[in-house]
Design a protein around this ligand. Structure first.
Ligand code: SF4
Length: 464
């Protein structure tokens, strides 16, 4: 389907009176999923629908995630409740999309009975057509594509407002070729595919002209950007190209340790707009478990990359993901993970208990870890990281940083919050007029998950 056909469908929908008037997108999962949610919202806005909250929406889209069991169960429960609600609200329509829909493949209609539309991760741009068909035919529409086919042609930017005002996500690449043995992503998001650099730059220029101050370049394995592309583009060259447009702050996620090149570290060190923060999932500190996970890095190699980052990038913040209870994980393996937390000195870690995903190699591994053992391990891991975070935060008291203010801390509280370059949240006195502005701040104290500070002078600026 060409762009002009999609535009004709959008135009047709815009003029119809029987379409739902309002919509809400309920998104689960990662930033990539959040970015897909934005694309869906832009498509529906272009079709003449108005975004509203979940309770009042006539068209509710569940943009799902299947990376972990608990996210999946939460989404299923909410979809079932919406299907039940629909019985007393006949004007209501329900769509299910995202990774759970993609994973259900040919069985999607059976998996989500009561949904009006089910579509996968590779065909988001067809949503207007599915809505038109569901309205015309008055029966459910299900379409799951096995692979991507030019999603970027329209779904990346169909116009409409950038939701975050001063912050935006831009997709640099989609999919993943790494095949970590526990991960469902390569099966539901497809193989790695980088967007052309000039297309990304054009999108960033538009965002910049619209007042965006911070752009986060997204990809499941963002630092392997350019692999397989003609012309020798690398992720570091993409970062430099985006920064050269004048974007005040550039972030990126998520990076794989094996693809963290010296060129990328040097670029982080040399280009002021590139934030001094990297999210670098380690997943485990045990070489034996890392091999079972097919991670293709080791404890020593991970620490070598961390050392190189700390040496080159001033005041760098490193965050990570860690899994406990992977099949066969012994006490000794777990101790290696605890050791990594101490050695790498993470600012923060997202910790998870392993949950098997059907269809992944790890799901068939023997030696499952009993639940009580996993629970005990994750409690110890969280405590170790909390102690580490507290010591990092304590070390920041008295230091000066620039905060990009994001929101009122609580409405009418007289406080706002935002992020420093290194990625931590800071609460400071101020009003909503500071949202989207850069404020130099002195850190005065530290809470559990956030720092507190005061503006260190009167400068509130449009750039850092
Ligand atoms: S790098 Fe591994 S964990 Fe990350 S998306 Fe790819 S397969 Fe999944």
């Amino acid at each position: 389907m060409s762009d002009s056909v999609i535009e004709a469908v959008i135009d047709n929908l815009r003029k119809r009176d029987d379409k739902p008037r309002t919509f809400a997108v309920v998104t689960y999962g990662c930033q990539m999923s959040a970015r897909d949610g934005e694309t869906i919202a832009r498509l529906l806005t272009a079709c003449g629908l108005v975004k509203t909250d979940r309770a009042g929406a006539e068209f509710i889209l569940f943009n799902t995630c299947c990376v972990r069991d608990n996210a999946e169960r939460r989404a299923l429960g909410n979809i079932l409740r919406a299907v039940h609600e629909k019985r007393s609200r006949p004007e209501m329509m329900i769509a299910v999309c995202g990774c759970m829909a993609q994973e259900s493949g040919g069985g999607a209609a059976r998996t989500f009975p009561g949904a009006d539309i089910v579509f996968g991760t590779h065909n988001i741009q067809r949503l207007p057509e599915y809505l038109l068909r569901a309205l015309d035919e008055r029966q459910p529409v299900t379409d799951i594509w096995e692979q991507a086919a030019g999603v970027e042609d329209i779904a990346e930017d169909v116009g409409g407002a950038n939701e975050h005002g001063h912050k935006a996500f831009v997709i640099a690449m989609r999919g993943c070729d790494n095949m970590c043995s526990y991960c469902i992503v390569p099966y539901v998001r497809g193989r790695e595919h980088s967007r052309p650099m000039d297309e990304i730059q054009r999108e960033c220029e538009t965002l910049l002209a619209g007042g965006v101050k911070e752009i986060t370049l997204l990809g499941q394995n963002v630092n392997s950007y350019g692999a397989g592309m003609k012309g020798g583009a690398t992720f570091a060259s993409l970062l430099r190209a985006v920064a050269s447009l004048g974007v005040p702050r550039v972030r990126f996620m998520t990076s794989h340790p094996k693809d963290l090149s010296d060129e990328l570290i040097d670029t982080m060190a040399a280009v002021p707009a590139v934030c001094n923060h990297i999210h670098l999932p380690a997943q485990s500190g045990s070489d034996r478990i890392l091999a079972l996970m097919n991670r293709r890095h080791t404890h020593a190699r991970y620490l070598e990359r961390v050392a190189k980052l700390r040496e080159a990038v001033q005041d760098v913040g490193i965050t990570t993901d860690l899994i406990v209870g992977f099949p066969g994980e012994t006490d000794e393996d777990f101790e290696d993970t605890l050791a990594l937390v101490e050695e790498a000195r993470f600012d923060a870690a997202y910790t998870f208990v392993y949950s098997p995903r059907t269809g992944t190699p790890a799901a068939t591994l023997p030696d499952r870890i009993p639940e009580d053992v996993s629970r005990e391990r994750i409690a110890r891991l969280i405590a170790a990281q909390e102690a580490r975070t507290a010591s990092v935060f304590a070390g920041l008291i008295g230091s000066e940083h620039v905060v990009l203010v994001d929101e009122a801390a609580r409405r009418g509280s007289g406080y706002v919050s935002g992020k420093v370059e290194r990625g931590m949240s800071v609460t400071l006195p101020g009003g909503e007029d500071m949202i989207g502005r850069f404020v130099p701040v002195k850190i005065t104290s530290a809470g559990h998950n956030t720092l507190r500070g005061t503006p260190s002078d009167d400068r509130v600026t449009a750039s850092p």
